[in-house]
Design a protein around this ligand. Sequence first.
Ligand SMILES: Nc1nonc1C(=O)N1CCN(Cc2ccccn2)CC1
Length: 249
Amino acid sequence: MFIQAITLFPEMFESITEYGVTGRARKQDIWQFAAINPRQFADNKLGYIDDRPFGGGVGMVMMAEPLFCAIQAAKQQFSGSLKNSRVIYLSPQGQSLSHKKVLELSQLDNLVLLCGRYEGVDERVLQTAVDEEISIGDFVVSGGELPAMMLMDAVLRFVPNVLGEIASAEQDSFADGLLDYPHYTRPAEFQGMAVPDILKSGNHALIAEWRLEQSLRRTLTRRPDLLVSRELLPQETRLLDKIRQESDE
Ligand SMILES: Nc1nonc1C(=O)N1CCN(Cc2ccccn2)CC1
């Protein structure tokens, strides 16, 4: 997968291209990255890429021309099939990023992430050169770079070989629509708190059932909304009934 970020701060992306599992995978050429700074497409000597908003109001708006040219330049770099590509603008006005959308994006050959700053970008860029807007949550951060990196990290976990054989994104919570179960490691006792005996039993069937019950219990108490639309397996229904009976006692 070839990901390009259109950003005024290319160096910010080093946190995902140089470190961790994503950095290692990029260095192994499992995925590729390029940053494009729209300032190089400014048509004035001083490199202005923002201007005051028509209609007045606070702050500045990113101008259409440099961004449009940057997106066009990114498209000229596409590898693989042109069709299997997407231009995404990160913004609070976008569709909320979900596990389903992450899976969909992980199938693409090319991804262009437009990172806005200031009060946003000229609407005509969104109308002519952006395929979709995506939000990472109902809050506002200083620019699109961190949201872009969150999207990249979530998507790259589903690109083959990024996580390597051992770990797998399929086992992440949300992958099965439930919250994760509790995790423990040595020592067996910490500040008087012991690790649940079942986890030391070596009985993998019972451990798997305990973990599923914990995931269901956490999901029911912290995110019951996730259970509304989720189809339950017979074992899950049985465990949920057990959990609900316990809380009714
Ligand atoms: N929440 C989010 N999920 O994705 N991006 C964000 C996010 O907060 N930001 C900060 C503002 N930027 C610039 C901006 C301002 C106003 C309208 C459109 N764009 C975009 C990225």
